[in-house]
Design a binder for this molecule. Structure first.
Ligand code: HEM
Length: 483
């Protein structure tokens, strides 16, 4: 009896092994067949070459691991070598997906926003930004909301509305950093950026109450880059809760302005309420989106610039000379627009930081119709992931792409977006980042104050991780010294 049981158990175990082997062989066969199917031209439509990887998960795991590794471009390079710079794949739940690191195709896709393509970000992200978050709106409404954002953030407004506030917040926070001595620079940049955005959008001044909003906002942004699983305590659930907190605060601000129209305020919400008669839902989602889009991206670039400069003393020295010379007559004065325009080397540092740091990693687009480009067709409703980072770190366009080399930009005009056709940190076309003036301006003012006030040394080594959003793994821990 006991023997029969043992045999039974043995058979049971053996059967499972058999099932496992059969399943693995089937999957491998399926994958091989699928890959070769993908690599051949489709009978009717010449799809880009590529592989759809494993059933269900596609190539998600290999891309996830590859993009987070120390050689983040390797996985792209391997695909490019096999299939070309525009390749088919199955990533993050999207079976009908094409990744592009072809600068010409990238421009074509972005320039044709609204006509041949439209933004189509992952559902979890779209849920967080709300129905009227800019990436969720298309057509005339997108044009209108985009124009309003671009108008708020245009160069003239930076001079009149942002210049003083940005410098005041930077100076106040840098004094705090000075007292602390040791700081996580990435976190501190996040905080100062949130204060700037809170002030300019909603006229919030730092207080206990705004501290709460800032915390809610941090949870919100973390959710955007986390795994979108909603269970109590998960990052995604905390982010949704954070969104509700900020939403309530914006609603309060709207009520307050409606009840007290006589109060003079110089913030975006007040202007919006005066100039537009939109439903509150649109105003809330627009404000939240601008706040989100303008926070993590600029603050990450500030911390990245310091990380890159730390490792490149020659660039740091040249930057310091430029900024010290601005202050040679008066060491305590604030900067003017003329100073900003005169910072030639600083603009090279910013461009190189945007190239190497890639705060805007890529853009998702959906084809609105079958689209023929070169020798392939992107069928209607397929997603194109325009991987800007893949081009920015490509040695075909940038020799020694992982070397921080600001001098590679020295022949470009400083304030121009770029003469370089494959450099698109702010995207292109109808969704070109409306915050691009502000972002560069903030980074320049930050660099000026930081390098003229401090020397610093890193504590421990820090690594860049590019996925799901570029970040410094240890938030750049540094010790500060007065200069
Ligand atoms: C280094 C900083 C920044 C980078 C690298 C960056 C990058 C980008 C990119 C690549 C896009 C286009 C996305 C697409 O085509 O789907 C974009 C869109 C956008 N950005 Fe930025 N951005 C930065 C800073 C800012 C700032 C400071 C603001 C505002 C305060 C801002 C507001 C926006 C908005 C509202 C959009 C959506 C435009 C639309 O869909 O019509 N960004 N950004």
């Amino acid at each position: 009896m006991e023997e029969a049981l043992i045999v039974g158990r043995y058979l049971y175990w053996e059967q499972w092994v058999l099932v496992g082997v059969v399943l693995t062989v089937t999957l491998l066969l399926w994958k091989t067949l699928w890959v070769s199917r993908g690599s051949r031209k489709n009978q009717h439509i010449p799809l880009p070459l590529g592989s759809t990887g494993w059933p269900l998960i596609g190539e998600s795991i290999s891309f996830y691991r590859g993009l987070r590794s120390a050689q983040p471009r390797q996985i792209i390079q391997d695909h490019e070598k096999k299939y070309g710079p525009v390749f088919r794949t199955n990533l993050f739940g999207r079976k009908r997906m094409v990744v592009s690191v072809d600068p010409e195709f990238n421009r074509y896709v972005l320039q044709n926003e609204g006509r041949l393509f439209q933004a189509n970000y992952p559902q979890s992200f779209r849920n967080l930004v709300g129905k009227y978050g800019l990436v969720n709106v298309h057509g005339d409404l997108q044009k209108k909301l985009h124009a309003v954002a671009a108008n708020l953030l245009k160069q003239d407004n930076l001079i009149s509305d942002f210049m003083d506030d940005i410098q005041n917040f930077l100076l106040a926070d840098m004094q705090r950093w000075q007292h602390k001595g040791v700081i996580h620079l990435q976190e501190e940049c996040n905080k100062v950026l949130l204060k700037i955005m809170g002030k300019k959008l909603l006229d919030l001044s730092p207080s206990e109450e705004t501290e709460e909003i800032y915390k809610a906002f941090e949870a919100y942004v973390l959710a955007i880059i986390s795994i979108p699983i909603k269970f109590p305590g998960s990052s995604y659930a905390r982010g949704i809760k954070g969104r509700e907190t900020i939403k309530r605060k914006i609603e309060e601000c709207i009520q307050e302005r409606r009840q007290n129209p006589q109060v003079i305020r110089n913030d975006f919400l007040t202007k919006l309420l005066k100039e537009e008669s939109w439903p509150d839902e649109i105003i809330i989602d627009l404000l939240l989106f601008i706040m989100f889009a303008g926070y993590e991206t600029s603050s990450t670039s500030m911390a990245f610039a310091i990380k890159f400069l730390t490792n490149n003393p020659r660039a740091l020295e040249e930057l310091r000379v430029e900024h010290d010379s601005l202050l040679k007559d008066n060491g305590n004065r604030k900067l003017t627009w003329d100073d900003y325009q005169a910072m030639k080397f600083t603009h090279c540092v910013i461009k190189e930081t945007l190239r190497l740091g890639n705060a805007g990693l890529g853009a998702y687009r959906e084809a609105k119709q079958d689209i023929k480009f070169k020798d392939f067709v992107i069928p209607k409703e397929w997603t194109v992931l325009v991987l800007l980072f893949g081009t920015h770190l490509d040695e075909k366009y940038y020799p020694e792409p992982f070397t921080f080399n600001p001098w590679r930009w020295q022949n470009e005009s400083p304030l121009a977006l770029s003469d370089n056709p494959w450099f698109m940190p702010f995207g292109r076309g109808a969704r070109l980042c409306p915050g691009f003036h502000l972002a560069r301006f903030e980074i320049a003012l930050f660099l000026h104050n930081f390098v003229t006030k401090f020397r610093w040394e890193p504590i421990g080594d820090d690594q860049i991780c590019y996925f799901p959003a570029p970040t410094l793994v240890n938030h750049l821990l540094i010790r500060l010294y007065d200069r």
